[in-house]
Design a protein around this ligand. Structure first.
Ligand code: PHE
Ligand code: CO
Length: 283
């Protein structure tokens, strides 16, 4: 899983080349920014919305990493670095472990406004970077990077990837005002921002480390289950205070729980109907 046909000895970092973005590319960012900012008003975790303000990501146009890194570094020591697209696991983990968040340099085209496969600058910067201003969340991401390098040695990347998927990408958090979004895969998507919180189809289940690390997931559609944390501190403690070595040997090979099932031991926040997916498989 961790071996790659093309081995490069560099860190995949490229120049963002900010001055080369076209007027239309800046306009695509502005369109997406405005649409999601409005959508997330009562949907995203307030910490995420504060991060957008702190980094001044709404000032118009694609953000210049050199500019946002000044404030980000001052807050948590994190910086954003540009990469061409998805990078090999080891390279990715190495960046996180050193408090560098690799972000796609390119922006989606107008034909892909609602969905694209590879993470672009809008997903990475609008979705992921705001929470890197939160000290505990930033610590979690660094620890995750270190954990990733360790998981490679144990051959347990699938389990660790499930953890990332159900927290950093598709996590929900409980607040005094109800469930809120913190996962970047949700917050950067117009349709999933609605689906994850409001649709009766998906399960919403309390975060449990081992449960999450055994759960499969879909990469090409909305999630069938979202896992809910109470705080970033809960997430941080559950993962950082646990030595994953015994956990990995317990987990066995791969992910045994299917994405849609509710288990007897689950803390059920809301049991989903799975109607969305049933309609699809019948259709
Ligand atoms: N505690 C994990 C280990 O022992 C490392 C880790 C921390 C992984 C935080 C993910 C998130 O491997
Ligand atoms: Co992402």
């Amino acid at each position: 899983m961790s071996s790659h046909a093309v081995v490069r000895d560099d860190d995949y970092v490229i120049d963002q080349n900010w001055s080369a973005y076209t007027a239309d590319e800046h306009a695509i960012w502005d369109f997406l920014y405005r649409r999601q900012r409005e959508m997330l008003q009562d949907r995203a975790d307030p910490a995420m919305l504060r991060g957008l303000e702190t980094l001044d990501l709404n000032r118009g146009g694609i953000p210049d990493f050199a500019r946002i890194n000044v404030e980000l570094k001052a807050r948590t020591g994190f910086e954003v670095v540009a990469v061409p697209g998805l990078v090999p696991d080891e390279v990715f983990f190495n960046h996180l472990a050193n408090r560098r968040f690799p972000a796609g340099q390119f922006i989606r085209t107008r034909a892909q406004l609602d969905y694209l496969q590879e993470p672009d600058i809008f997903h990475d910067v609008f979705g992921h970077v705001p929470l890197l201003t939160d000290p505990i969340f930033a610590d979690y991401i660094e620890a995750y990077g270190k954990g990733g390098l360790r998981a490679i040695k144990f051959g347990r990347l699938r389990n660790l990837a499930a953890l990332y998927w159900y927290t950093v990408e598709f996590g929900l958090i409980e607040t005094t005002k109800g469930l809120r979004i913190y996962g970047a895969g949700i917050s950067s998507s117009k349709d999933e921002s609605i689906f994850a919180l409001d649709d009766p189809s998906p399960n919403r289940i309390r975060f449990d480390l081992e449960r999450v690390m055994r759960t499969g997931y879909r990469i090409d559609d909305f999630q069938q289950t979202y896992f809910v944390i109470r705080s970033y501190d809960e997430l941080f403690r559950a993962t950082v205070d646990t030595d994953f070595a015994p956990l990995y040997s317990r987990l066995g090979d791969g992910v045994g729980y299917s994405a849609e099932n509710v288990l007897a031991a689950d803390g059920v926040v809301a049991r989903g109907t799975q109607a969305y997916f049933k309609a699809k498989s019948e259709g």
